[in-house]
Design a protein around this ligand. Structure first.
Ligand code: SAH
Length: 399
């Protein structure tokens, strides 16, 4: 279906976000629907007087009932999707990540005018995440268009995320195009090698959003000869950079045994076998408390926890979690040491995260200074009309 089959009429006065180009229409803003629309169909959005505002995909099962694709009355056909994909791909090539970096986010949903679609590139393999009914319904069409544009070896779908449940869609993964990817795919990030498991790895396989933070936090003068604690290490992204720059002993902490195994392998892939490093399977809070009780100290601590706040009602609990974690970490920092601390909870703003850090520093009695403000990389751009697209924030703090 390329033309709208129905029109969502907004309540009087509820058109402002749409006019300001926010791409979501919540159920509470809708007065009525004229015509018939099934989940995933293209619908028009109109103001209370029936004036056309935008064209969107529809999903009555979601709180976000419409995801706006365009503010013009254009047909939503192959040409439309292809133009959006080409634009996003062009914007990524402008970043000049290749050849040193072969894995990056190619399509970042709303930020690229493609709500619900994430495509990450891992060398010649593409991983696609379909987060809305509109995208899920068109995944074969989108895979074909992507294959025409990029000639990948395969397109693998990783829609096995809980975000789909809010859309009334089941978790799903499987082959969309070409041959199945290998169990371990070797990618390059800033010239460093990483083995990625596209089937089981977190997100689409790798935390691509931390690329430039790994470079910044692991600068030679921050890490050389230093004792490092990499908490929530996953497959050792930060550790590989740190080891390459002559870090002292690195302790990697994670609750995932397979991630830690891969972390050790990733160091070896870069000819950085290091008997002095430790891979500790355990809960970050428990490990940090144990170190505190035993008076352990580190020169650089990296805290990159998973998303603590999944929804608005989690925010308070999440804030307490972040505070505890940062408080414990600051206690373990040698005087003059560095803490690189992150939050990938979209619902915790940078401002709130800074306040949490303030409270942690106050309680830890550390005169902490922020040296750097960190964010997700430029292949995960923030759309100004959609501030929700900025989710990763971090600080490098001198303790
Ligand atoms: N810094 C990593 C990404 C971290 S993602 C990188 O650069 O690639 C968050 C990690 O935290 C995941 O690997 C997950 O397994 C781990 N994790 C989740 N809960 C944890 C907990 N309570 N204690 C330790 N690790 C945890």
């Amino acid at each position: 279906m390329t033309k709208a089959t129905a029109t969502l009429m907004l309540k009087a006065g509820r058109e402002k976000p749409v006019l300001q180009r926010h791409p979501w229409v919540f159920s509470g803003a809708i007065a009525r629907i004229s015509g018939n629309a099934a989940p995933g169909d293209v619908v028009d959005v109109a103001d209370a007087n029936g004036r056309f505002l935008a064209r969107a995909t529809f999903n009555p099962r979601s709180q976000i009932q419409a995801r706006i694709l365009t503010w013009e009355e254009t047909p939503i056909d192959d040409t439309f999707w292809q133009q959006r994909l080409v634009q996003a791909i062009h914007n990524r090539s402008r970043l000049q990540l290749l050849p040193a970096t072969t894995a990056y986010r190619l399509i970042y949903a709303e930020s690229d005018g493609l709500p619900g679609l994430i495509v990450d590139r891992y060398g010649n393999y593409l991983v696609m995440q379909c987060l809305t009914a509109g995208i899920a319904q068109r995944k074969e069409q989108l895979a074909r268009l992507l294959a025409d544009l990029l000639q990948p070896v395969s397109i693998w779908e990783r829609s096995d995320t809980d975000a789909r449940l809010k859309e009334g869609l089941p978790r799903h993964s499987g082959l969309l195009w070409g041959a199945p990817p290998p169990e371990e795919l070797i990618i390059q990030e800033n010239g460093r090698l990483f083995g990625v498991n596209l089937y089981e790895g977190h997100k689409t396989g790798f935390y691509l959003d931390q690329r430039h933070n790994r470079t910044l936090v692991c600068q030679p003068h921050f890490v050389a000869g230093k004792e490092i604690l990499n908490v929530f290490a996953y497959t050792g992204g930060f550790s590989v950079y740190a080891a390459a720059h002559g870090a002292g002993p690195i302790t990697n902490v994670d609750t995932s045994a397979s991630a830690l195994t891969q972390a050790e392998r990733n160091l070896a892939l870069n000819d950085l076998e290091r008997p002095e490093d430790t891979y500790l399977l355990g809960d970050a809070f428990q490990v940090l408390r144990h170190y505190r009780d035993n008076g352990r100290q580190f020169d650089l601590i990296i805290l990159d926890p998973p998303k603590f706040a999944q929804s608005q009602r989690d925010v308070e609990r999440a804030a307490r979690g972040y505070k505890d974690l940062n408080w414990l970490a600051l206690r373990l920092l040698r005087p003059g040491g560095l803490l690189a601390t992150f939050s990938c909870s979209g619902l915790i703003s940078t401002d709130l995260f800074q306040k949490i850090l303030f409270a942690a520093a106050l309680d830890a009695q550390r005169p902490a200074q922020i040296l750097y403000h960190l964010s997700q990389g430029p292949d995960h751009p923030t759309l100004l009309t959609f501030p929700e697209s900025a989710y990763l924030k971090g600080f490098v703090v001198s303790g």
